[in-house]
Design a protein around this ligand. Sequence first.
Ligand code: ATP
Length: 357
Amino acid sequence: MISKDEIDDTLRGYNLDRLEICTLGTHTALQIAKGARDEGFRNLLLCTEKGAGFYGRLPVVDDIIEINSYSDILLDGIQDELIDRNVILIPHGSFVEYVGSKNITERLRVPMLGNRLVLEWESNRKMERRWFEEANLRVPREFKAPDEIDRLVMVKFPGARGGAGYFLAKSVDEFHKKLKEVDLPEHIKKEYTIQEYVIGTRFYPHFFYSPLNDELELLGMDIRYESNVDGLVRIPNIIQKEIKEGPSYVITGNIPVVLRESLLPDLMEIGRNLVEGSKRLFKPGVIGPFCVEMICTPELEFVCFEISGRIVAGTNLFIRGSTYSDILYNEPMSCGRRICREIRIARERNKLEEIIY
Ligand code: ATP
C-alpha cells in the first residue's frame, strides 16, 4: 500500500508554482480542466486515442498524454512523468472503474486529491452500508437469502456498472428465473445483493467537504436518466403489459433537480453525519466531493442506497454552477472548479498535505 508519508515526501519535492491538475480524459474531465484554468492551474488529460482526438481540439485543455488504456496510468514511466510535472490527480467515477480502487491504494504513487481510502469504501457495497450505518442513516432493507423475499426487491451486482444487469423480483421463483437469464459473467452473478425496492423520488445531492474550513457545501443535485426504465414509463400501461423486457438502469444522462426547500436542513444533516462517520471509519475521512444516492419517501424520509466518494458525472450539469452553488458563490462554481479552488487555498495556506493523499 502506498503510504501517506510517501505521498507527502513526493509533494515536498514538488514545485508548487508549477502544479498541474490531471485526470483521465473522460467522465468529468471537461469541468475539471476548466476548473483548473479558472483557478490558475495548467491542466493535463490522459487520453486514449479516441479521447485525444476529442479533447485535443478543445481550447480549455492545456495538454494531453496519449495512452493505450486508462490503466496505463499505473505504468512506472507514466507515473514518473506525472510526478516530474508536479501533477495532482483528480479521481472520478471512470478513473476508479478503470484503474481499480485497489490499484489506486497499492500502486499509484502520484499525489491525488482526497483520501484515497474512501475509494475502497465507496466501491464495496458492504463497506458502503457500514458507512451509512455509522452515520445513522436509513438504508433499504437487505435480504440475506432469496427465500426471504417478501416484497418488491432490486437485485444488484458488484462494481460501478451503471446499473448493468440489475433486475426486479417479487418472489423467490421470479428471482431464480431472472438470475438465470441475466447477461453477466457467472462469478459476478454469484455476488448478488437483494435489496428492498424503495418507492419514492430520487435525489442525488453533490456535496463538497472542505477540511480546511471544516465546512460542508451543497454544490448541486441531479437524478439519473436511466435506460430503459425512464423510456418504459412513457409507454401507456396497456402496451407496457405486452412488453416482455424488464426495466434496466443503465445510466444514459442526468437531469437537474431541486429539493423541496424545507427538506434542505435534513439533507445537510445527512451530509454532515456522513462526514463525521467517515472520520471515525477511515481517518481523516472523506475530503472534497461526494454524492449520496437517495430516495425520498412520502413520509419525507430519505433512504440512502449508494455513495460516491469523488466527483460524480451528474455535476456535469453545472459547469456554470447550480441553484445551490450560486447561493454560496457569487461566480460560476462547478464541482471541478471547487476542487481546484480547494487545492489553490491549501497551497496558499501551506496545507496541501491535509487534502492530498
Ligand atoms: P453507479 O455505481 O454507476 O452509481 P450502480 O450500478 O451502483 O451505479 P445504483 O446506483 O445502486 O447502481 O442503482 C442504479 C439505479 O437503480 C438507481 O439510480 C435507482 O434508479 C435504482 N435503485 C437502486 N437501488 C434502489 C432501491 N433500493 N430502490 C429503488 N430504486 C433503486
